[in-house]
Ligand binder design. Structure first.
Ligand code: KIV
Ligand code: ZN
Length: 523
C-alpha cells in the first residue's frame, strides 16, 4: 500500500484538507451527511492528498460521514481525528479502515496552558504520547501526530514530544499554530529547529497547521514550507473556527503563481477551486467575502478606469493569475426565459455544475420560474439557484407552501403562511414589526422551537430592482448553531426559506443524535 509518505518528494507539498473537520467546527457551519460526501468527492477529484473527514468519536453522524467518505475516496488518504486515548483512536480506526489509504490523526495539547488543563506533568504527557501513538500505529501504518498549541510550547519540550511520537511510529508530525499566534519567521524557525534537533526527523513528513487570528495563516504555512514542511493543512475558503484556517486556494495559487521563489508543486487541479469554493460557501452558510483572495467575487473584477484600460490592452497589467486558472469562466452571457434546456446545461457546466438528466429537469423548472420573474438571468443568479437547490434535502421536515404578506405604512405587517410539516399542511396568520418579522413569527407559531435567531443577513445577488436576494439565517440552540441560506427575487420569501432551511438542519441534527458534536471543539 502506498502512503503519501512514499510518494512525497522534495519538491512536492502534500495538501491536507480539513474543511470537513476543522472547517465544520465554525459555529453554524455544520453540514449534512450528503453535503459532506459531495465536498469529499470534489476534494478527491481535484487532487487533494489527504482529506480529514471528521472526528469519529464526536457523534454518530461524524462517524458515519467519515466511514462513508472512506468508502468513496479513490485517490486521497482519508483521515479521522482522535484525542490521545485508546477509545478515540479505536473509533477513528473503525471509521477510516475501509479507505484505500487510511490515516489516524491523534493529538494532545502540549503547551503549559494545555498541560494544566489535562493535569499531566511533562513526563506523564510524554508517556501518554508514547502509548497512544504506539496504539494507533499498531492499527494503522499511516499515523499523524499533533502537539496542539505547538507554537506556544517550550521549544525543548516540543523537541522531546516530537521525538517521542516519531519513536512510537508517527509518520507525519503536524505542528499546529492552534490560536493563530505565530509569525512567518517564527513558523519557519520552529520547523527548521525540529528538523535539525530531533533524532529521526528525516524519517517523517512535517506538516503545518495554521489558524488565521492575526491574518497570517497562509504566510505562516508558506514560511513553514520554506523551512522544510512538506504538508500544508488547510480548508476551502479558509473556513474554520474564529478567523479560520489557512485557505487551500491561497496556498495552491501562491505555489503556482510564485513558483519562481516557492519551487514546490501540489497535485491539486486549481481549475476546480471556484466550484468547490461555491459549494462550501453554500452548504456551510458562510458566504465568501467579496474581496477574499482567489475566490472572492471581486478577486478578478476591475472597476477603476485605469485598471479597465490596462486590462483591455494586456490582462497581465493587473492580473497575476488568469480567472480560468481557478475555474472562473470569463464570460457572463445572459440567459433568459427563451433559453432552452441545452443552453442551461452548457451554461451550468461552464460554471462547474455537471448535472444528470433528472437533476437538470428540476433545475430547469426552477430556472424558468426565475426567468419569468427576472428578465435577465446572470451567472450569479444561476449560482444562487444551484446553491438554493443544494440547501434543500430530500428528507426535509419543513417546506414552505405559501406566503403572502400585507405591508403598509400604518400598522403591524401581516403574514399568511402555510407550511408542510412532516407531510401535513398547516396555515396561520401572524403580525410583526415588518414583513420579515411577521413571517418569522408565523413560522415560530406553526413550528414552536427554542432556537434563538443569531444572525439575519441579506445581500443582492446582482444589480437592479428585480435582483434576487440571498438571505443567510443562523439559529442557536443549546450552544449549537444551525445556518440556513436561500435566494429569491422576493426578499421575504428568501427569508422564510432560509429560516426553514436552518430549522431543517436543526431537526435533522437532533434526529441523528448529533448533539454530542460539541466535543468537536479542538482548535
Ligand atoms: O488547531 C489545532 O491545534 C487542531 C489540532 C486538532 C490539530 O486543529
Ligand atoms: Zn485547527
Amino acid at each position: 500500500m502506498s502512503t503519501p509518505r512514499d510518494t512525497a518528494d522534495q519538491d512536492r507539498v502534500l495538501i491536507f484538507d480539513t474543511t470537513l473537520r476543522d472547517g465544520e467546527q465554525s459555529p453554524g457551519a455544520t453540514m449534512t451527511h450528503a453535503e459532506k460526501l459531495e465536498i469529499a468527492q470534489l476534494l478527491d477529484e481535484m487532487g487533494v492528498d489527504i482529506i480529514e473527514a471528521g472526528f469519529p468519536i464526536a457523534s454518530e453522524g461524524d462517524f458515519e460521514a467519515v466511514r462513508a467518505i472512506a468508502d468513496l475516496a479513490q485517490q486521497a488518504s482519508i483521515c479521522g481525528l482522535a484525542r490521545a486515548n485508546p477509545t478515540d483512536i479505536d473509533r477513528a480506526w473503525e471509521a477510516v479502515r475501509p479507505a484505500r489509504r487510511p490515516r489516524i490523526h491523534t493529538f494532545i495539547g502540549t503547551s503549559p496552558l494545555h498541560r494544566e488543563i489535562t493535569k499531566l506533568s511533562q513526563d506523564a504527557m510524554v508517556a501518554r504520547i508514547h502509548d497512544t501513538v504506539t496504539h494507533a500505529r499498531n492499527l494503522c501504518e499511516d499515523v499523524q501526530w499533533s502537539p496542539m498549541d505547538a507554537t506556544r510550547t517550550e521549544r525543548d519540550y516540543l523537541c522531546r514530544v516530537v521525538e517521542t511520537a516519531i519513536k512510537a511510529g508517527a509518520t507525519t508530525i503536524n505542528i499546529p499554530d492552534t490560536v493563530g499566534y505565530t509569525y512567518p519567521r517564527e513558523s519557519a524557525e520552529i520547523i527548521a529547529m525540529l528538523r535539525e534537533r530531533v533524532p529521526g526527523a528525516d524519517e517523517v513528513i512535517f506538516a503545518t497547521h495554521c489558524h488565521n487570528d492575526l491574518g497570517m495563516a497562509t504566510a505562516n504555512a508558506l514560511a513553514a514550507v520554506e523551512a522544510g514542511a512538506r504538508q500544508v493543512e488547510c480548508t476551502i475558503n479558509g473556513l474554520g473556527e474564529r478567523a479560520g484556517n489557512t485557505a487551500l486556494e491561497e496556498v495552491v495559487m501562491a505555489l503556482k503563481v510564485r513558483n519562481d521563489i516557492l519551487p514546490w508543486r501540489t497535485r491539486v487541479d486549481s481549475r476546480k477551486i471556484t466550484n468547490i469554493s461555491r459549494l462550501v460557501a453554500a452548504v456551510s452558510g458562510f458566504p465568501v467575502q467579496f474581496n477574499k483572495a482567489v475566490v472572492g467575487k471581486n478577486a478578478f473584477a476591475h472597476e477603476s478606469g485605469i485598471h479597465q484600460d490596462g486590462m483591455l490592452k494586456n490582462a497581465e497589467t493587473f492580473e497575476i493569475m488568469r480567472p480560468e486558472d481557478v475555474g472562473l469562466t470569463a464570460t457572463n452571457l445572459v440567459m433568459g426565459k427563451h433559453s432552452g434546456r441545452a443552453a442551461l446545461r452548457a451554461k451550468l457546466s461552464e460554471l462547474g455544475y455537471e448535472l444528470g438528466d433528472n437533476q437538470l429537469k428540476d433545475v430547469f423548472v426552477r430556472f424558468k420560474a426565475l426567468a419569468d420573474r427576472k428578465k435577465e438571468v446572470y451567472d450569479d443568479d444561476l449560482i444562487a439557484l444551484m446553491q438554493d437547490s443544494a440547501a434543500q434535502a430530500a428528507d426535509d421536515h419543513l417546506e414552505l407552501r405559501r406566503l403572502r404578506v400585507i405591508c403598509g405604512t400604518d400598522g403591524p405587517q401581516e403574514a399568511e403562511l402555510s407550511l408542510r410539516i412532516d407531510a401535513q399542511d398547516r396555515s396561520i396568520d401572524a403580525t410583526g414589526d415588518g414583513p420579515v418579522d411577521a413571517t418569522f413569527n408565523a413560522i415560530r407559531m406553526l413550528f414552536p422551537h427554542d432556537a434563538k435567531l443569531e444572525l439575519y443577513q441579506v445581500h443582492a445577488v446582482t444589480g437592479g430592482t428585480d435582483a434576487q436576494a440571498t438571505v443567510s439565517v443562523r439559529l442557536e440552540q443549546d450552544g449549537r448553531v444551525y445556518s440556513g441560506q436561500s435566494s429569491d427575487t422576493d426578499t421575504v420569501v428568501a427569508s422564510a426559506k432560509a429560516y426553514i432551511n436552518a430549522l431543517n438542519r436543526l431537526v435533522t441534527a437532533q434526529t441523528r443524535g448529533n448533539a454530542g458534536a460539541l466535543i468537536n471543539k479542538v482548535g
